[in-house]
Design a protein around this ligand. Structure first.
Ligand code: AHM
Ligand code: MG
Length: 320
């Protein structure tokens, strides 16, 4: 089954179908740019380079933002907010849906040929001014997803009827379904955290990780493995496929007192996909989808994955 067929089956709203199809076209274009020899030459030659048409090459995150904008303008969306734009772009129409995106997630991996991706969220305006529409809680999202530019180009998508996984069929330039209903295993023995920040962690995170590290001899009574790709999309991809827990908690670094990841275009879209796949996503206190949004670029703690493990994290401040 191809993406278009999946959408006709599971998504009643024509405008959302249109927006997702256009986002997938944008992602195919981004994926081709990333794979191009031009790009390989550009990232290995830090001086300014020109592409085949003689244009100056732009950093890939800026280029990805422009590609998304180009395709969204051709779709029934009324505005777009992204990591690369300070405010939102108003398309000056009365369409119902607005779109959030992290055009190219995994900044530290962009130049080193490690998986990166595009995260998006589709939200209704609900008769609100655009300023207010962009500050709705994640629970109002109608659809969310992310593309991964890795060994394969994949798409994790929800339109509120479960989470599905697609893979790009390079011959046909279309996404084909790989798994119609992803269900994240409830329990796991794999955690993902950047452990180099351990001295900045709060007691909850320190206790939880300490207990995992004690393995079979500790309170958890089982051994754990650790993974940290450093691209949210790649770490999330692994968790959707085989379970696990991802943790990027707030810590005592001044810049990250509220966490590092962004609520509207990173945590919320991932949290909707997680909910639809039977997992759990929290900031340690509240469900991510229930967090009040005060600004488009607001940061948040983000802990998500196998439900039993996320529950264990939530309880961990009490367990020493
Ligand atoms: P980005 O949107 O600028 O790429 O930042 C988000 C990325 C995530 O993909 C990843 O989980 C995290 O930052 C890695 O952070 P760190 O380098 O602190 O481990
Ligand atoms: Mg990001």
């Amino acid at each position: 089954m191809y993406l278009a067929e999946y959408l006709s089956k599971f998504c009643e709203e024509k405008d959302i179908r249109f927006i997702i199809k256009n986002l997938s076209q944008a992602a195919i274009k981004i994926s081709k740019v990333i794979r191009s020899v031009d790009n390989a030459v550009n990232v290995n030659n830090k001086s300014e380079t020109k592409n085949i048409d003689g244009d100056i090459q732009k950093p890939l995150d800026i280029l990805s933002d422009e590609i998304l904008l180009e395709f969204l303008k051709k779709s029934p969306a009324s505005a777009y907010a992204s990591e690369e734009q300070e405010g939102f772009v108003d398309f000056k129409n009365n369409n119902e849906y607005i779109v959030f995106a992290d055009p190219l997630d995994g900044s530290s991996n962009i130049d080193v040929n490690v998986s990166i991706g595009t995260i998006f969220s589709v939200m209704p305006r609900n008769d609100l001014s655009l300023e207010k529409a962009f500050l709705q809680k994640g629970m109002n999202q109608k659809s969310s997803g992310f593309f991964v530019y890795g060994p394969q180009t994949t798409l994790f998508l929800t339109v509120g009827k479960g989470t599905a996984l697609f893979c790009l069929d390079e011959e046909r330039n279309e996404f084909i379904i790989v798994n119609e209903q992803i269900k994240i295993p409830i329990s796991t023995n794999e955690f993902a955290i950047n452990a180099s920040y351990s001295r900045f962690w709060d007691i909850k995170t320190s206790n939880y990780i300490e207990n995992c590290q004690q393995g079979i001899d500790g309170p958890r009574g089982k051994d754990f493995g650790m993974r940290w790709v450093g691209s949210l999309v790649a770490d999330a991809s692994r968790i959707f496929n085989r379970g696990g827990i991802f943790l990027y908690p707030a810590d005592s670094r001044v810049k990250y007192k509220e966490g590092r990841l962004r609520l509207t275009y990173e945590a919320n879209p991932i949290a909707m996909l997680i909910r639809e796949a039977n997992g759990k996503a929290t900031n340690g206190l509240d469900d991510i989808l229930n967090i009040e949004v005060k600004s488009i670029h607001q940061r948040s703690s983000l802990i998500f994955g196998s439900s039993e493990e996320v529950e264990e994290y939530i309880k961990s401040s009490k367990k020493v």
